[in-house]
Design a binder for this molecule. Sequence first.
Ligand SMILES: Nc1ncnc2c1ncn2[C@@H]1O[C@H](COP(=O)(O)OP(=O)(O)OP(=O)(O)O)[C@@H](O)[C@H]1O
Ligand SMILES: O=C(O)[C@H](O)COP(=O)(O)O
Length: 398
Amino acid sequence: MTNSFRTLDDVDVKGKRVLLRVDLNVPMEQGRVTDTTRLERVAPTITEIAGKGGKAILLAHFGRPKGRDAKDSLRPVATELAKVLGRPVAFADDCIGDAAEKAVAAMKDGDILCLENTRFHKEEEKNDPAFVAELAKLGDIWVNDAFSAAHRAHASTEGLGHKLPGYAGRTMQAELEALNKALEAPTKPVIAIIGGAKVSTKIDLLENLVSKVDALVIGGGMANTFLHAQGVNVGKSLAEKDLAATALRILDKAKAANCTIILPVDATVAFHFAANAPSHAYGLDAIPAEGMILDVGPQSVERVRSAIDDAATLVWNGPLGAFELSPFDRGTVVAAKHAAERTKTGKLVSVAGGGDTVAALNQAGVAGDFSYVSTAGGAFLEWMEGKPLPGVEVLRAK
Ligand SMILES: Nc1ncnc2c1ncn2[C@@H]1O[C@H](COP(=O)(O)OP(=O)(O)OP(=O)(O)O)[C@@H](O)[C@H]1O
Ligand SMILES: O=C(O)[C@H](O)COP(=O)(O)O
């Protein structure tokens, strides 16, 4: 599959301005990067380009800002990236226009420059041709190393591939090779665990996923949305209530496809979204109206453990609870440790992906025990479904 790409082996980058799309969408708390996995994964491509005398011009998004918003600046991420790379990373306050052009013009061969968040321009997500042209002015070639954003047909993830000669970066290559190897012909039963907070952008994926897996464990904000759809009062929990009809349709599809759905049967509820907020386990018929479900409850954790015991292959995206806040990491950590143990004994092939999911596995101390950990969350799920990823398709040699 990957052989049809042009890669860094097919181009001499020396002296070239290389527009390098990376995924710097890392977990952050109070302006500090809390997990550097995505930075470590793109480091080899950046180092290779700079080492070969190319000018590495990094393009990336951060968060989902509506226009320019200081809290979504990539500047602190660029600072952290410089530490990971062990070399300077210059920064430009915009990804197009004067600021970007001047910063690029000042680069010497082997330099690294990070441009400000591409999503500060609404044209990025619209894949607007004039915006693509502005970006393209800054480079001679485009290298896409952002597998985890390859499901987005945005200007920097896809549009540039039509304007400049495009090449796959080393992480893009490695992710596709590893996922193909681990999941091309998965041993059954296959179980998926889907949690997290990005309900509206991921719920549609579940519709296809239920025909590919034997069991689907749903946790996190995704589970709250399903529970609400089933008539459970989820109080003030994170849930996208307008997606109730979609959730019910997915449950029907799952039944028709013989996929067992494992939803929480109890919940850990707090009244504040804060670490160590007082919390209790409640049955689903007794969630307080002012409460927030911040983790799956103890009985649900046991059900997840036994679902993992029944599986030969596990794919996982999205934490089961608000794992950044202790003790609401419990469900995620117990499930992660259990999956890691079974993987170590050779009984389970375990593949997990996603910015926060990887951070959660690191927090549980088991990322190294999984069969494969992808940087990608949504992109990984779409790849699982067999959907063409725009950021990958555009790289295929024409
Ligand atoms: N019950 C919950 N209430 C509030 N937030 C939750 C809950 N469960 C999970 N979360 C939050 O979900 C977030 C992670 O979700 P997300 O869908 O972004 O996963 P991800 O692994 O980062 O995938 P991707 O790479 O696609 O973003 C975490 O910040 C976590 O706190
Ligand atoms: O974190 C991710 O999964 C990618 O960076 C894509 O981010 P998005 O879901 O905001 O497009």
